[in-house]
Design a protein around this ligand. Structure first.
Ligand SMILES: [Zn+2]
Length: 445
């Protein structure tokens, strides 16, 4: 064997040795990762106590003082981890408490990670309401999503104890109005969207599951059709007097169904309809009344519904079709349609799948089994939707529980440990990668 050949053989051997080693590092825990896990296990009761403390501060979205109080508790904790924190005050007119933003600067050039939580709840309990029974605890916000918030906090505490937090670039945004976002969205979601612009990927902590996480979710908007007709004696209907507002509106709503039903992830519920001669409709309260006589061709009719979609392309294409349907009026009638944006879609991307893959191998290395992508049709909108048009990410990394948005909400306190370990390992394995490697790739359909 000549020298060149021997060198080649040697480097081949080292490559062959290196590949299985790298694969092993992914599917089992390194000693450093094992230490992180032990720290999390040791702080288990402490973490549950912390959750009890924040659950016992009532903080429904419009309880501004309560929301700020929960925010202040987390702010102090992130301060003690070396984060630079601020409470974002929203304009008085939005009637919302504001948001907590905490930033940690690590290695320049390393991936920048945005972690999203919220401190408000849907239900307002009377006061302290935490009741623990064995592995479950009842409490408003225990699962959605103060549980997710303490998962973030305790994962970061463990990384600090391991000495690896110092190199990580992490921004935390805990919004104070996720459950009932203030208007306008451009103001109340500005700080979240600005944070996305300074980061490469997003991790969100809405309620989790053992075997899946969210890599895509549908966006939400609303539509409203207002039809008008010529008020006249019913004897003239279909003739010189025209068809009236109700036939025009019925035509439109029926054509929506006939022409648009069946596309995957697209839904458009007709939620409300009101028509007649004297019509009153409250677009905010979504309630209305109508009065007429049976021998009058109605002059006014309104239909109101939602529209859910998996991509901007699907949303815009559907809206164009709906406008086209509306424009083909019956004789003697007119109609117009308006749309209102609520949540953008979180479309499936290659980048989202890549982050899930790291989460999945982390979970398997911890012995918790595989984590797959949740069906995009089965999760409602959330704050990650606002940043999804900008950066890749995954959601559903929070606590396991039941009864979100109801007084009987419960959290599985044992799940906190599993979810905290998975997040800590995910951060540990992502944080060494470069920021540039997470530049968004085009969406995969
Ligand atoms: Zn939530």
């Amino acid at each position: 064997m000549n020298r060149l050949l021997r060198t080649t053989a040697l480097s081949l051997a080292s490559v062959l040795l290196a590949v299985p080693f790298a694969a092993r590092a992914q599917s089992t825990l390194t000693p450093a990762e094992q230490k992180i896990r032990e720290t999390i296990d040791r702080s288990r009761e402490d973490q549950i106590k912390y959750l009890e403390r924040v659950v016992n501060i009532p903080s429904s979205t419009l309880n501004l003082a309560g929301v700020r109080k929960v925010g202040a508790a987390f702010r102090a904790s992130f301060d003690s981890l070396g984060f630079e924190t601020k409470w974002v005050v929203l304009p008085e007119a939005t009637q919302r408490a504001g948001h907590l933003v905490a930033e940690h600067k690590g290695k320049p050039g390393a991936v920048r990670i945005l972690m999203i939580g919220h401190v408000d709840t849907v239900v307002e309990p009377d006061g302290p309401n935490w009741v623990r029974t064995d592995s479950m605890a009842k409490g408003v916000g225990s699962n959605d999503m103060k549980g997710g918030d303490v998962i973030i906090l305790y994962a970061l505490k463990a990384l600090q104890a391991a000495g690896t937090l110092k190199d990580m670039n992490i921004t935390i945004v805990f919004t104070g109005d996720e459950e009932h976002p203030g208007d306008p969205i451009s103001v109340t979601r500005k700080d979240l969207i600005d944070a996305a612009k300074r980061n490469d990927i997003a991790l969100a902590y809405e309620g989790g599951n053992r075997f899946d996480a969210t890599t895509a979710r549908r966006g939400a908007s609303s539509w409203r059709v207002t039809a008008t007709g010529r008020q006249a004696h019913s004897a003239g209907v279909f003739g010189s007097a025209g068809y009236g507002a109700i036939y025009e509106l019925a035509r439109i709503v029926n054509e929506f169904r006939v022409q648009l039903v069946g596309e995957q992830y697209l839904t458009f519920n007709a939620a409300m309809i009101v028509g007649g001669t004297d019509v009153e409709y409250d677009t905010i309260g979504i309630k209305g009344s109508a009065a007429t006589k049976l021998n009058i061709i109605p002059k006014s009719a309104i239909a109101h519904g939602d529209l859910r979609f998996i991509s901007e392309e699907q949303k815009e294409r559907t809206r164009a079709k709906m406008r086209e349907i509306v424009a083909k009026h019956l004789p003697g009638t007119d109609a117009k349609i308006t749309f209102l944006d609520e949540y953008p879609a979180m479309s499936p991307t290659a980048g989202n799948a890549r982050i899930l893959a790291v989460y999945d191998t982390s979970s398997q290395a911890l012995g918790y089994g595989a984590v797959r992508a949740l069906d995009p049709g089965s999760r409602g909108a959330g704050d990650i939707s606002f940043v999804a048009p900008l950066i890749d990410g995954i959601d559903g990394l929070g606590a396991l529980g039941t009864g979100a948005h109801a007084p009987e909400e419960r959290v599985n306190v044992n799940s906190l440990q599993m979810q905290t370990e998975r997040t800590a390992l995910l951060l540990e394995r992502l944080a060494h990668q470069t920021s540039a490697s997470f530049t968004r790739k085009p969406a995969s359909e």
